[in-house]
Each structure stands twice: as structure tokens, then as C-alpha cells.
Design a protein around this ligand. Structure first.
Ligand code: ZN
Length: 580
């Protein structure tokens, strides 16, 4: 339904990465690059669009890391927040604001959300039996206790969920429990603790009918969402910890507990929008239209593991506020695996296997456009895909360099050399010239159609296709031959080629902002900025013809080829666990 609907503005979020480790390529392919391609494209269209992200900074894994390293949780989040923010910036993930859930403003937002739900009768209290370490004199939430999964027998299961089989269970079902704190692996005992629960079943009907309004969503996302909404239970939203947002209730039992991280993390989108409004407009209310106006289109990008939170749980939290909008699109991706050429096996990316590739490490090896090109080309949109070093070199060298880069370079080089650094003056256009010119707007429309439909791989393929068509045209016209025999014919050919080059600069902008900027500088065009305030439709300008006589700056190689030996070296480092 969103296809036909016109919105006043669009708010895009991408899942908040957890500030307990470096972001890796799996995160980028699933949540961040698709969001960035979409936002860059919409900015070109002149739509009012705001792109919000940030770090997720509370919760038990962070306090565990701090305990293990003998530092404070604040030290942990500061380290990973700055490292990840820097990686995003270098990769060109163009947030309008990259915030933090440890901000004081976030306490205020989260507590407001909690209080509204509490006042609405959506939060209730229950006594729970939880594992307690007598030795450490504390409750053991989540991974502070390990034991044997009651369902699959996995030996390293957490207090109430198993990372191996995905089972969720009451903590007292965990078998052979042991404390999992540095210096304490004692056998815990069960003790009662009072906690606060979100009454999700109250929202089931409303969530279900909202999902029914979105048949256009990806099948994988709908499958997960309907699975969850059909089996909704109350969920505990507090924990026995001191690292989190305090519970805003005048209740002595609440003082030693905090709001659980899965509850506060997506509220971080709202906090960060508030902060953006204050930073940019100096207006504490500037965020409100982005979250409360029915004419705002809200879009959440994320990986598969975050789909239930964004299609069921967070929407319930939003509904419970009374005046917030719900997302119009939730593009969730499948997983990016790793292909191991030595074993011939596809592996899941995992810390213990050491087979993940951090964004920080790979940015030390390549230009951001290399990474963006390959990850978009293999984006796990509807099914899992695999990162493979040989495939990276083959796709980048064979498609981007050989098809687009090569066409651009030979066209511009010939024009500059033979026609005084200018777009040449054409003679009479023949049918082939005209067909090539006609293909430009048609192909830009096809790319736009794919991007509007959240099919980023297809959008990228259609961009390369424009390069393919141009190469066929160029090879057919043989300007390197006609140059010696018919200068007017050569001028016409290169005039047409310059038009394609111009269009390619626009078409590559969402995917390859670095290459696009280099090309725009050669052509002397600006590709526009766009943003929350909107602007002109720059995408349409890519369809216009640039006049003969337009000056051309000296061409440079847009996308240098990757060296095969270097790729083999990097693959070896990766195999040995050195890419994180
Ligand atoms: Zn299990």
C-alpha cells in the first residue's frame, strides 16, 4: 500500500549495534548498507528524509566484558561506540545523527515510554524464581549464569535462553547451573525476585491487523512477524542489574533493578531523533512530527535476528504510547555467511570461529567503494548469502571495473584527447545513437523502481546493465577506428558516450558515493545533498543531456582493479582469524 501513498517525510532507522564489539561485514550487508543506499537515493529525489542510528549501550554482556577486563562498563561502551561510529563514517554510512543509549536524554525518553505503558495498564508485576549466587551476593541475569539447555542439551546456555537452539524457558528449567562471573563459578540457588512484565497479548489483535495491511513486505519478514504475533506472551522488561535505565516507579523493589536492554534499545531511535532536533533546530519538539505525524513514513532496516523486535514488540510499545506512528516498511535481511575455500564449506560468522571480518580491518585494505559494491551485489535480501574472497575480486574487477569503470575511462579519455577537453559537438544522430540516448532515462527509471521496492541488489545490477549497454554501443561504433577516418562520426559517438557517463555518475551515487564524487568532479556537476529539509529532484537531472562544449577535467581511473595476489594474502589472514 505504501507504493501509492505519498508521505510528507521519511524517517529511516538502522538497528543499533551493540557497543560490546566491533561491527563486522555481516552487520553492514544486512542492516546498514541497504539503509544508506536507500537514504542516499531518497535524498537525491529531494524527499525529506532523516537517517537515525546509534549505539546500544546497556545490558549484561557489556557489564560482563567490563568485569573480565577489570574496567567500567562506561569504558567498554566508549571504546566500541567511537570505533563503530568511525567505521560507519569511513564506509560512508551517512547518518544524520549517530547517538548513544547511555545519554541522559535516553533515560528520560525510556522512562516516559515505561510510564505511559504502566499508566495504560500494559505493565504488571510478577514474582520470578531467579538464580542467585550466594558467593557474590547477587542475582544472575542472562549470561551471568550458564548451564545445560533444557531442550537441546547445549552446555553453554544462558539463564533463560539457549543461543544454540533458540529455546526460551523459565530460568528454573536451566539444568546444572553455574555462576558465570570472573572469580565465581559457584552453583547458584533459586530465589524470588519481583519484576515488571509487558503485557504483549493485549496488543496482539492490533499488531495482527497492522501486519495484514502490509502484504508488500518481504516474505521472510512477514513469516517471522506472523509467527511471533500468533504466540505472544508477557515478557519481563526488567533485570537485576545496575547497568541500565532506572525503573521510574516509586517502589523500593525497583531500586536494585533496571529496565532490560531489549526494551530500551529501539526507544533509542526516538531519543536520537530528539537529540537531532535539539542539535540542528535548537528545538526540543522538532522530533515530534517524525514520530507522531501520520504523514511520516517510518522505515526500520535490520538483520533477521532483530525482526521480531521491530515487527511485534517495539510496535506494541509504540501502540501503547497512544500517539506514535507504526513503521510502514521493515526491510529485514537474512544472514551473510562466510565461504571457506579451503574446506569448500559455507560457515556461519562466529566469534569463536574467528571468521568474522570487522569493518575497521577491511577499511584498512580497501577503498570503501570496493566493500560497498561487493556487499550490495551479494546482499542477503531474501536468503542467506556468502562472503567469498575470490568472488569479491571477480565481481568488483569483472563488473564495476571492467564494465562501468572501463567504459567511463575510455569515453572520457578519447573525448578529452580528441575534442579539446570538452563534450564534443555531435553530428546527425543515427538510430543506434538515439537508442543509446533513449536507454538512459529508461535505465534510471528501472534502477529507481528497484530501489523504491527495497531490491538493492537488483538496483545495482541495473546500474551495471547501463554500463553493459554502453560498452556494446561503444564497441559497435568503434570510435578508435573512426577517429582516423571520420571525425564528425567520432564526435557524435563520444557525445552520446558522455551522456551515458553523466547518467552513470547519478546512478552510482547511492551505491558508490566515492566514485560518484570523483566522476562528478571530472564532469563539473554537483550531485546535490538533500536531507531532512528535502530539495530538488537531482535524480531526474541524471536523465538530462549535457550540452556539447561542456568542459571535462582530466579523467582518472574511478575504480582501480584489485590485485589477485593481494586478495589471496588477505584471504589467508582472514582464514587465520586476523580479520577482526
Ligand atoms: Zn538449546
Amino acid at each position: 500500500m505504501s507504493e501509492e501513498r505519498v508521505f510528507a517525510r521519511t524517517l529511516v532507522t538502522s538497528a543499533l549495534p551493540y557497543a560490546n564489539g566491533l561491527i563486522h561485514l555481516g552487520h553492514i550487508a544486512g542492516a546498514y548498507l541497504p539503509a544508506d543506499v536507500f537514504v542516499r537515493y531518497k535524498r537525491m529525489r529531494g524527499e525529506k528524509i532523516l537517517f537515525i542510528g546509534g549505539s546500544d549501550e546497556y545490558g549484561v554482556p557489556i557489564t560482563l566484558t567490563a568485569l573480565k577486563e577489570g574496567i567500567s562498563p562506561k569504558d567498554v561502551i566508549d571504546r566500541y561506540h567511537s570505533a563503530n561510529a568511525e567505521s560507519f563514517a569511513q564506509l560512508g554510512i551517512s547518518y544524520d545523527l549517530y547517538g548513544r543509549t547511555s545519554w541522559d536524554l535516553h533515560i528520560d525518553t525510556t522512562q516516559q515510554f515505561f510510564k505511559n505503558l504502566h499508566a495504560g495498564g500494559y505493565i504488571h508485576e510478577e514474582d520470578m524464581e531467579l538464580w542467585y549466587s550466594v558467593q557474590s551476593d547477587r542475582f544472575l541475569p542472562d549470561r551471568y549464569v550458564k548451564g545445560v539447555c533444557p531442550r537441546c542439551g547445549y552446555a553453554d546456555a544462558n539463564a533463560d535462553e539457549c543461543e544454540s537452539c533458540g529455546a526460551q524457558y523459565p530460568p528454573h528449567d536451566l539444568r546444572e547451573p553455574r555462576a558465570n562471573i570472573p572469580g565465581d563459578s559457584s552453583t547458584p540457588v533459586l530465589r524470588n525476585s519481583r519484576h515488571w512484565f509487558l503485557d504483549l497479548p493485549q496488543f496482539a489483535e492490533r499488531i495482527k491487523s497492522w501486519l495484514d495491511e502490509h502484504p508488500e513486505w518481504r516474505a521472510n519478514v512477514k513469516g517471522i512477524a506472523y509467527g511471533w504475533v500468533g504466540d505472544l506472551r508477557t515478557r519481563c522488561i526488567t533485570r537485576d542489574t545496575d547497568w541500565g535505565v532506572p525503573i521510574p516507579l516509586d517502589d523500593p523493589g525497583a531500586a536494585s533493578k533496571r529496565i532490560y536492554v531489549w526494551f530500551d534499545a529501539p526507544i533509542g531511535y526516538v531519543t536520537n531523533t530528539r537529540q537531532w532536533g535539539i542539535d540542528v533546530h535548537g528545538d526540543a519538539d522538532a522530533w515530534k512530527p517524525w514520530w507522531k505525524d501520520q504523514d511520516t513514513r517510518l522505515i526500520h532496516f535490520m538483520g533477521k535476528d532483530n525482526v521480531p523486535f521491530h515487527t511485534v514488540i517495539f510496535p506494541a510499545v509504540l501502540l501503547g504510547q497512544g500517539d506514535f506512528i507504526l513503521p510502514d516498511q521493515v526491510p529485514g535481511s537474512e544472514y551473510l555467511n562466510v565461504f571457506n575455500r579451503q574446506t569448500g564449506q559455507t560457515e556461519k560468522g562466529s566469534k569463536s570461529k574467528g571468521n568474522m571480518i570487522s569493518v575497521r580491518w577491511i577499511l584498512e585494505q580497501f577503498d570503501p567503494d570496493v566493500i560497498r559494491y561487493y556487499l550490495c551485489a551479494i546482499a542477503p535480501e531474501s536468503k542467506d548469502s556468502s562472503f567469498d574472497w575470490d568472488d569479491l575480486a571477480a565481481r568488483y574487477n569483472g563488473e564495476l571495473c571492467d564494465v562501468v569503470g572501463n567504459f567511463v575511462h575510455r569515453s572520457l579519455t578519447m573525448a578529452v584527447k580528441n575534442f579539446e577537453d570538452q563534450v564534443p559537438q555531435p553530428g546527425v544522430l543515427d538510430a543506434e545513437d538515439q537508442a543509446m540516448l533513449d536507454a538512459i532515462p529508461a535505465q534510471l527509471d528501472l534502477i529507481a523502481e528497484a530501489l523504491d521496492g527495497f531490491r538493492f541488489r537488483q538496483g545495482l545490477e541495473r546500474f551495471i546493465d547501463l554500463g553493459r549497454k554502453a560498452n556494446v554501443y561503444f564497441d559497435g561504433k568503434q570510435p578508435w577506428v573512426t577517429r582516423k577516418t571520420d571525425l564528425e562520426r567520432t564526435a557524435t559517438t563520444l557525445y552520446v558516450c558522455c551522456q551515458v557517463v553523466h547518467a552513470l555518475a547519478y546512478a552510482m551515487t547511492p551505491f558508490l558515493p566515492g566514485g560518484a564524487m570523483r566522476l562528478a568532479a571530472i564532469l563539473g556537476v554537483t550531485l546535490g545533498k538533500g536531507g531532512p529539509e528535502g530539495g530538488a529532484d537531482v535524480w531526474e537531472e541524471g536523465k538530462r543531456l549535457i550540452p556539447a562544449g561542456t568542459p571535462l577535467n582530466p579523467p582518472q581511473v574511478l575504480f582501480p582493479k584489485l590485485d589477485k595476489d593481494r586478495i589471496a594474502e588477505l584471504a589467508e589472514i582472514h582464514r587465520n582469524g586476523g580479520a577482526m
